[in-house]
Write a protein that binds this ligand. Structure first.
Ligand code: GAF
Length: 393
């Protein structure tokens, strides 16, 4: 069975209740930001390519109140594995440290040019943590939308600057050299739409995804392989090195012909990495057009090609993600169009596009097959949802 996604109102009520219990009073400000699922276009954002994400109905909510003490006091209700769940820090002395979840908060505070006061706050989230659906971007963007409501902070700056600040928070305080996709879609997502984002121009094109006969199914493999920390920066570095060899500013500007011409100058592994990036950028552009035309068969085929390329050329998949995609595709005759791993890889989730009528049957099939190989998956049916916003209390 698909998981029930907690309504925002429920998360908000939970956060307010915890706030009153801990800080003895009512919070004055609140904000929310969603996680994301990327439909196609993986490991292309930091290469200036296309990505095609949508915002999830799962969100992070923060409630709180500015204070004058200089000391920030924060509780999270959703990070029980990353203890402690309560943290304090001085707004004038922002340094990364334990617990890890608090680094995202500090990182965004550090981007506010010394203009935010201290605050008390409670955070709660329905975004699966460490599931490759941007729980970190949801936290950063929710914090940003919370902080920008405070006196003295200029909220009236271009959206792209806000997005870049959240991305910088992740680079500097979480040590993750991510691209721009996750913060962008969390900040700007639109209900009923996916977003074709050109990461070179930083411009997006909204593509409607409202056909009642088609759904997006997110399947959490519930595995996270610990390679992730070093593998992501390594892939990024390989791409940057390859771009130099190919004499282009980024792999967005590389072509298949140029890659073949320079094949002997690249080691075999780097050649495959570049092949993934070039082919994935092309696939993503084509996939967005296919979706716009209601051509789900083509979209699904491109999803599977994307997965195979991530598995074989980019080598960021893992056994469990491959199994989930394989099981989903065994239901092709039952209305599954396509399936692929989504996000950074090495665990986390797959995304599957399928006919609405088949949803229960497909979930049951994948669930049974995945259990038979010794694993337990979690299923979420995800309508494209709205991006971050202030909550009026
Ligand atoms: C992670 C990163 F944060 C994104 O920027 C993106 O590179 C993605 O992995 C892979 O497509 O989510």
């Amino acid at each position: 069975m698909a998981q029930k996604i907690q309504p925002v109102e429920k998360l908000l009520a939970e956060a307010c209740q915890a706030y009153e219990k801990r800080f003895k009073g009512k919070p004055k400000l609140a904000a929310r930001a969603p996680g994301r699922v990327n439909l196609i276009g993986e490991h292309t954002d930091y290469n200036g390519g296309f990505v095609f994400p949508m915002a999830l109905p799962m969100v992070t909510v923060i409630v709180g109140t500015p204070t004058t003490s200089g000391k920030c006091r924060i509780e999270t209700l959703s990070n029980s594995a990353d203890n402690p769940t309560y943290a304090e820090f001085h707004i004038a002395d922002l340094k990364k440290g334990a617990p890890k979840w608090c680094n995202y908060v500090k990182g965004v505070c550090a981007q506010m040019s010394g203009k935010v006061p201290s605050f008390d706050a409670v955070i709660v989230s329905s975004v699966p943590l460490g599931g490759g659906v941007s729980s970190s971007a949801a936290l950063e963007v929710a914090i940003y939308k919370f902080l920008e409501q405070m006196e003295g902070v200029t909220a009236d700056i271009p959206l792209i600057q806000k997005i870049l600040k959240c991305q910088k928070a992740e680079h500097e305080f979480a040590g993750m050299p991510c691209g721009i996709m996750d913060q962008y879609i969390s900040m700007t997502g639109r209900e009923g739409h996916a977003l074709l984002l050109d990461c070179r121009s930083e411009q997006g094109r909204l593509v409607p995804l409202t056909d009642p006969n088609v759904v997006v199914l997110l399947v959490n493999s519930n595995v996270k392989h610990e390679l992730t920390g070093s593998e992501y920066p390594l892939r990024k570095q390989q791409c940057q090195d390859a771009a130099k060899i190919l004499s282009v500013a980024s792999l967005r500007d590389a072509t298949e012909a140029a890659l073949e011409a320079k094949k002997s100058a690249l080691d075999e592994e780097t050649y495959r990495r570049v092949r993934h990036v070039i082919s994935e950028i092309k696939r993503t552009d084509e996939a967005a057009t296919a979706l716009e035309n209601g051509d789900y068969q083509t979209f699904g085929r491109l999803m599977v090609e994307s997965h195979n390329s991530l598995r074989d050329d980019y080598e960021v998949s893992c056994k469990e993600l491959d199994q989930l995609v394989e099981f989903a595709m065994q239901m092709k005759g039952e209305g599954v169009f396509g399936s692929r791993m989504t996000g950074g890889g090495f665990g986390g989730c797959t995304v599957t596009l399928l006919e609405t009528r088949s949803i229960e049957k497909v979930i049951e099939y994948i669930d049974t097959k995945y259990k038979a190989v010794g694993n337990k998956a979690t299923f979420f049916v995800c309508p494209p949802s709205e991006g971050a916003k202030k909550i009026t209390l």
